[in-house]
Design a protein around this ligand. Structure first.
Ligand SMILES: [Ca+2]
Ligand SMILES: [Ca+2]
Length: 360
């Protein structure tokens, strides 16, 4: 080290300064005297001592500049390897310079399943315990976290919690108290089932069935032409009036069909209904009643179905009138027709015979 440092100034001085003056410059100038040579050697010795003392133990390839040795910093002379930085110089081994080397980023070693994290071979794109980086563990509130594409994800919510907003930061943020399918009472009083969405529940009414009530809460009762629910009653006129579910009989002489499906009644009994009988009197005239004894005026010819004593389930009144001179019974849904029969045709208004329906 010292030999290398001392050779450079000696090479410069011997060839540049000393050799040039000993030979003269070729332009008549005198060679240096013996006294100058002695002084020069003395000065050279002094310079070498001072320089070597200051340089201390500089390594080969490094050159101290601007007194940086005292600060413990060195700068590469350009003669060493590219990128090499020498730290410490002579004083570095004697005091703590406070300079720490930054650790090199750890590059995981590749393995069959992905990369090696410690003793395990993991998939950084899907391992919630090593998601994106080794030992980067995914923790998501109220959920079993997952790792998707190297990013933490909600995975699966814990029981009783829901992820409504889809944000990973708050995990499964909604507490779910809704029990899907649980029995409940719909807004119209029917027996519904709970439907849950986003932690909120609502009672979903059932579908409409033939039962005399509004099941689906649409405001209509037994609507939609439910199969086998209501039957049409036809209106005919001939030997008096005939009301029957038998369309053939309504058009058979002596009767003429006035209105097919004039009104509807239930084919089977539902709550709030009562039987509707077609009675035939001794004179052959017919009338409608719920009395199995046909009001002591004849016998039951047929049970047509079921009507209602009150206007439930959307039923409408069926007005009953009687023409005593001809023993004729007349039923109508129309108040004006009722009034006309009463006022102009000699019928007696017997009030509302019962309630029936305008649709199947
Ligand atoms: Ca309904
Ligand atoms: Ca119903």
């Amino acid at each position: 080290m010292r030999a290398a440092a001392s050779e450079r100034p000696r090479r410069v001085w011997g060839e540049g300064v000393f050799a040039g003056r000993a030979q003269g410059d070729g332009r008549g100038r005198a060679a240096p005297s013996a006294a100058w040579f002695v002084v020069s050697l003395g000065a050279l010795g002094t310079w070498l001592v001072v320089s070597l003392g200051a340089l201390g133990a500089c390594s080969e390839g490094s050159l101290e500049v601007d007194g940086l040795a005292d600060a413990g910093q060195t700068r590469d002379s350009g003669e060493g390897e590219v990128g090499e930085v020498e730290v410490g110089a002579a004083d570095a081994g004697e005091r703590d310079l406070g300079v720490e080397e930054e650790p090199e980023p750890e590059v995981p070693e590749a393995c069959e399943a992905g990369v090696r994290c410690g003793a395990e071979c993991v998939d950084l794109s899907a391992d919630p315990l090593n998601c994106g980086l080794c030992s980067r563990t995914c923790v998501v509130a109220s959920a079993q976290a997952s790792c998707e594409g190297g990013e933490c994800a909600v995975g699966r919510c814990q029981a009783g919690f829901l992820d409504v907003d889809g944000a990973v930061a708050n995990g499964c943020e909604v507490e779910d108290n809704c029990e899907a399918g649980a029995a409940c009472e719909a807004s119209c009083g029917s027996a519904g089932a709970m439907a849950c969405e986003g932690g909120a529940g609502r009672c979903v009414p059932p579908g409409e069935v033939c039962n005399g009530v509004d099941d689906n809460c649409d405001g209509a009762c037994d609507e939609g032409g439910l199969g086998g629910c209501r039957a049409g009653v036809h209106r005919a006129h001939g030997d008096g009036h005939l009301y029957t579910t038998d369309l053939g009989a309504a058009g058979r002489s002596p009767f003429r069909l006035e209105s097919q499906d004039y009104f509807f009644i239930y084919a089977q009994p539902v709550p709030g209904t009562r039987p509707l009988f077609l009675c035939r009197k001794g004179d052959g005239k017919r009338f409608l009643t719920s009395d199995t004894a046909c009001e002591m005026a004849g016998g039951v010819e047929a049970q047509l179905g079921f009507w209602a004593p009150e206007g439930s389930c959307g039923a409408v009144p069926l007005y009953r009138l009687y023409h005593e001179p001809t023993s004729n019974h007349f039923y109508t849904l129309s108040a004006p027709e009722r009034d006309n029969a009463r006022d102009n045709l000699g019928y007696r208004d017997e009030g509302i015979g019962g309630y029936v329906w305008r649709s199947r």
